[in-house]
Write a protein that binds this ligand. Structure first.
Ligand code: G3P
Ligand code: CA
Length: 276
């Protein structure tokens, strides 16, 4: 059995501001196997690593990502630190990592810049890319993603590019349509069907779809641990998110899931006996 993959959620977000290169470097430093990032399309068709529809929570700017050009997003400082837990930001909690935005800290991170970092040392970190609200943009998000993966040699030729026996990159989405489009456009890129509230009721039907893996939230696994064995019996991996509590880390390890997405990769690695 392949060892469970430790995936740092938006980078090591308990240690550094989400979706910054600092957070991704920190994930590598603690020994995570992979990192997760959310991508959205700018008005001029560039994929940027931003979780929310609006930039307010994670930058000092205002506006909707899809309504802004990259050059406009580059005016904002994205070095904002999210407090532990899931509270909203208070304005005075948004801190600048540096005075001048730069690519290491405050400048909005493009997917291409993240891919440049990931591929600079092939094999050191794999990447799970979640497309946010892709159905708004017809196939433009998947097409942009395919373009980026091609530029960095990660598209594969009908088969995944592998690093240390596992796919170097995968696409994830809560949208079944987006997952289907991606499998059509890029059959070499594995896909993860994320399962949130809307899809919980049909989780077993999803096992018949063409996603490579199922991505349930930890709440679903607590309520229905048998889903892991059912997915494996159907030939699907299980990539569970976002697992931050020690008890949940132990539960998903016991159940034999394939990948665990967490804000605390260091803690998870320790519990798996792989910590520094
Ligand atoms: O990996 C899936 C997980 O990241 C989904 O939740 O809101 O953090 O994107 P969210
Ligand atoms: Ca995500």
């Amino acid at each position: 059995m392949t060892a469970v993959e430790v995936v740092a959620h938006r980078g090591a977000t308990a240690e550094a501001p989400e979706h910054t290169l600092a957070a991704y470097r920190q994930a590598a430093a603690v020994g995570a196997d992979a990192v997760e990032c959310d991508v959205r399309l700018t008005r001029d068709g560039v994929l940027v690593c931003v979780h929310d529809r609006r930039v307010r929570r994670t930058s000092n700017g205002r506006g909707i990502v899809s309504a802004l050009h990259l050059a406009e997003l580059e005016q904002f400082q994205f070095g904002a630190r999210r407090p532990r837990g899931r509270q909203r930001w208070a304005d005075d909690e948004i801190v600048s990592v540096t005075d001048e935005p730069d690519v290491e800290n405050g400048l909005v991170l493009t997917l291409d810049r993240l891919l440049e970092y990931i591929t600079a040392t092939p094999g050191s970190l794999r990447l799970a890319i979640e497309t946010k609200h892709p159905t708004r943009h017809s196939r433009k998000v998947e097409e942009a993603l395919v373009g980026s993966l091609r530029r960095y040699g990660l598209l594969g030729n009908g088969r995944p590019v592998e690093w240390a026996g596992r796919p170097a990159v995968r696409m994830m989405s809560f949208s079944q349509l987006a997952v289907r489009r991606m499998t059509e456009l890029a059959p070499g890129v594995p896909t993860v069907q994320l399962i949130g509230k809307r899809l919980r009721a049909v989780r077993r039907e999803l096992l018949l779809g063409n996603a490579t893996a199922m991505g349930p939230g930890i709440g679903l696994i607590r309520a229905d641990p048998g889903f892991v064995a059912d997915a494996h019996a159907a030939g699907k991996e299980i990539h569970v998110w976002t697992v931050n509590r020690p008890g949940d880390m132990d539960l998903v390890h016991r159940l034999g899931v394939d990948a665990v997405i967490t804000d605390h990769p260091d803690e998870l690695l320790r519990r798996l006996g792989r910590g520094n």
